[in-house]
Design a protein around this ligand. Structure first.
Ligand code: V07
Length: 258
């Protein structure tokens, strides 16, 4: 466990040299997905309101997006809001729903410059109009970018996503567009919100919880899982690179066995 000073120094380090750090450029995970947990607990620990944790967590999103870009991950999926999160107090939900707008107001220009493409998965219907408007602007302005795909999971739930797929497939079977015998893994995956993305190679969950919490259950079937006890607002580039390094060690081990 790193002490607080070491963590602070890592957080404020200008740039970590990837080679120095021992990351193999040739074996970087294509798709990293993150469950950004522990924002509320981070705040509580400091005697702050939960929303202070969410705002601090947003700073970490900026940092880790840069880190993913530097190491040339192709897709970074961030679980920002689950279908379960609506059960939280109304003022907290309201605050959370304003974060995309707040984030994009300061970051969109740089994302465009960095050739990042912003996307989302999840049900858009329940999102407030100002949240949707911000997302829509970000999607449009980055639509033709070819670099990192920054994929936000907002009002996302994996079971709902799979049920949507089942309904769409049934409709296409009824309409004669799909034969029952054609329904295989590839076809099913093509009805998911992630249809044009590779499955995550690496899942990171912060804050010590060891669950998938209805996140990309289909897509994570073969992914490496990496858990950290660090609360999301304290998560650093250094931690992110550590996860990638461990991923590389694991996949090298598999490579040796097969
Ligand atoms: C949210 C901050 C990170 C910790 C987890 C919960 C709180 C960034 C976004 C975001 C979403 C879409 C977008 C741009 C930014 C965000 C929510 C919560 C709902 F296009 N952080 N963040 N959205 N948190």
């Amino acid at each position: 466990m790193l002490d607080k000073l070491t963590r602070w120094m890592q957080k404020n380090e200008e740039s970590v040299s990837l080679d120095e750090f021992g990351i193999d450029r040739a074996n970087v995970p294509r798709h990293v997905a993150i469950i950004m947990d522990g924002n509320g607990r981070w705040a509580k620990q400091r005697g702050l309101p939960r929303i202070a944790g969410h705002r601090s967590g947003m700073k970490t999103v900026k940092e880790i997006t840069k880190a993913a870009d530097e190491v040339r991950v192709e897709v970074l999926t961030l679980y920002a809001f689950s279908t379960e999160n609506w059960k939280r107090p109304a003022d907290e939900v309201d605050f959370l729903m304003r974060l995309p707008q707040e984030f994009l107001a300061t970051e969109l220009e740089e994302l465009v410059e960095r050739n990042v493409r912003v996307r989302m998965v999840g049900h858009e219907n329940k999102l407030p109009s100002y949240t949707l408007a911000a997302l829509q602007e970000a999607r449009e302005k980055t639509l033709h970018n070819t670099g990192l795909i920054l994929n936000f999971a907002l009002n996302y739930g994996s079971r709902a996503e799979m049920l949507d797929a089942v309904q769409m497939i049934s409709r296409d079977v009824k309409d004669g567009l799909v034969e029952e015998e054609q329904i295989d893994e590839k076809l099913f995956a093509s009805y998911l919100a992630t249809k044009d993305l590779p499955d995550p190679d690496l899942l990171i969950r912060t804050s010590g919880e060891l669950r998938l919490s209805n996140f990309m259950l289909w897509q994570l079937a073969y992914s490496e899982l990496w858990f950290s006890n660090v609360y999301w607002p304290d998560f650093t580039k250094h931690d992110f690179y550590e996860a990638i390094k461990e991923y590389q060690q694991r996949s090298r081990r598999y490579g040796a066995l097969t």
